[in-house]
Design a protein around this ligand. Structure first.
Ligand code: COD
Ligand code: ATP
Length: 199
């Protein structure tokens, strides 16, 4: 089984594109979702979060207080680095455990916003970057209606810039209306199946 990483800056559409791969039967690991899971399940990590940001990190019913944590970290690089240092190792472990079940498939996809920032690309054989211009990405994220334009900009500023990701990635998917997404996914899918067959 080969491991493909898929990334892109906020609002690039990496989750949407990953869902197209999933429709083709490719097992997809969503790191954002896994991060939120470990943050409410891993006792040691939860203790670390409370130590770092206080009891407000969780709502009364044990639900992660995402808005509160976001307000603490996205305008404060030091605090964000501490959060990342707590959460990312637990997400790496979750990915390793998840991947065990798929040893016999041709390839799996790991979707992660911080693939290059967090070194998680090192766990992948090949990487894809999904790209779209900043304004389009901001409009999408605001349209999705969970954060404001300013909040989205603050998060983008904490991510490696898109140009650098394009240089580092093995493949690129344009999700900016300049070309259709599904044919790009189908072409890569065929390539990955060939790569997997040759391995
Ligand atoms: C601060 C939290 C609780 C805010 O939750 P929220 O539901 O608002 O956002 P969500 O996690 O869905 O992320 C949405 C997007 O924000 C950006 N983002 C999230 N975490 C980070 C980060 N650590 N650094 C830079 N950008 C980030 C990404 O583009 C991501 O796709 C959450 O983002 C979090 O716990 N982040 C730290 C863990 C992490 O790095 N997750 C991302 C990959 S593992
Ligand atoms: N080609 C497209 N045309 C129109 N809307 C799109 C397109 N691609 C993605 N979107 C929409 O833009 C929003 C952001 O897409 P998505 O969640 O896939 O991005 P993401 O890169 O995973 O973002 P984040 O980093 O915030 O998790 C979603 O509401 C999605 O439906």
């Amino acid at each position: 089984m080969i491991k493909i990483g898929i990334t892109g800056n906020i609002g690039s559409g990496k989750t949407t594109v990953s869902k197209v791969f999933a429709l083709l039967g490719v097992p997809v690991f969503y790191a954002d979702t896994a991060a939120k899971e470990v943050m409410v399940k891993d006792a040691e990590l939860m203790e670390g979060l409370v130590k770092l940001f206080g009891k407000e990190s969780y709502l009364e019913d044990g639900v992660l207080n995402r808005k509160y944590i976001a307000s603490k970290v996205f305008n404060n690089p030091d605090e964000l680095a501490k959060l990342n240092a707590l959460v990312h190792p637990a997400v790496f472990r979750a990915f390793d455990n998840w991947a065990v079940a798929y040893a016999d498939v041709p390839y799996t996809l790991k979707e992660a916003a911080l693939m290059f920032e967090s070194d998680s690309y090192k766990m992948c054989d090949y990487t894809i970057v999904v790209t779209a211009p900043l304004e389009m990405r901001l409009q999408r994220v605001v349209g999705r209606d969970h954060i404001t334009r300013e909040e989205a900009l603050a998060r983008d500023a904490r991510q490696m810039n898109e140009e650098e990701k394009i240089r580092l990635a093995d493949y690129r998917i344009w999700n900016d209306d300049s070309r259709l997404v599904i044919p790009q996914v189908l072409e890569l899918h065929q390539q990955f199946l060939k790569l997997a067959a040759g391995k």
